[in-house]
Design a protein around this ligand. Sequence first.
Ligand SMILES: NC(=O)c1ccc[n+]([C@@H]2O[C@H](COP(=O)([O-])OP(=O)(O)OC[C@H]3O[C@@H](n4cnc5c(N)ncnc54)[C@H](OP(=O)(O)O)[C@@H]3O)[C@@H](O)[C@H]2O)c1
Length: 331
Amino acid sequence: MDYFAMVARESDGGITLAREQVGEEFLGTGEVTIKVHYSSANYKDLLAITPRGGVVRNYPIVPGIDLTGEVIASESDDFATGDQVVAHGYELGVSRNGGFAEYARVPAEWVVRLDGLSTRDAAAIGTAGFTAAMSVQALLDNGLTPDDGAVLVTGATGGVGTVAVDILSGLGFEVIASTGKTDAGDLLAEIGANEVIGRLPLDPDAKPRPLDKATWASAVDSVGGASLAHVLSRIGYGGAVAASGLTGGADLPTTVLPFILRGVRLLGIDSVFLPIAERRALWTALGKDLRPQHLSTIESLTPITEVNAVLQSIKNGTHSGRTVISVAGEF
Ligand SMILES: NC(=O)c1ccc[n+]([C@@H]2O[C@H](COP(=O)([O-])OP(=O)(O)OC[C@H]3O[C@@H](n4cnc5c(N)ncnc54)[C@H](OP(=O)(O)O)[C@@H]3O)[C@@H](O)[C@H]2O)c1
């Protein structure tokens, strides 16, 4: 069975991503074969085609860290032909061929049957939106309620950020959106932000304070770096920050003071190796209580043949929201 895929290959110190016809050996091993309907563009897909990006060890590879589609063959009792499914994380698109292809074959224990979400909606949520849901769930599990006060979302126009704003506002929280994009106010208000502020710290030249005025009850942070340190210094007593990303840097120049004087908790969020039972439960919640209300505003649709341009927009900082990559029928 030959099929089309976008294949990343190393060449002259760079990495190219181009359409190729590939053979069945590209599918690899696994119990579930999926006809891919959609993938999506994530920051990690950009890293997969970036020299020394640190996520792919061996090329060639088909990137695409998430995919949604229909099961066309299954050797697992848990899945049947015709099931609508999503798979993301684990080795997908980094050490096993991923979603930027007409077909994918994956282990059954990586697959989630969709419940209340279309394959298009699930791709609009994708890895970034699932990470947002994990972050919100971690804050809820820490006891956060709308009565506690405003919740901050950093990197608010990004994939994690937009879906976090949407889910939190749908749950009745007052949401403060921090963004570097000066023209994003209308979009963020439309998806539920009550207030839009700049990137943090607002004055990057000011001397960092280990403890600042308590401003937000909790936060969803996908930026990391000095921004996360600043956010920690402004979380109220007993609050938490769910931290998932590093677009603002991997260093965390903080002190123990927010933790030992205000009982602030730093909650690490990893979507990649989240065990499958928790993953399936959270996807069910995403079709119900945690369902984002404004996916049609957050998402845009791009054919797989234009995925290079979308990844470039993530690189140059002009991308916002979630880009669904349309795969079926697009090669
Ligand atoms: N832990 C996990 O399982 C997991 C899963 C998914 C993603 N992530 C990580 O989470 C982060 C965000 O992913 P994403 O898919 O949401 O990416 P994205 O769509 O590219 O969004 C990232 C956002 O970060 C902000 N940003 C960009 N450069 C920045 C800078 N230099 N300083 C401060 N903010 C900056 C921008 O928002 P504004 O312009 O609105 O400020 C941008 O839209 C990435 O680091 C990604 O690797 C982790």
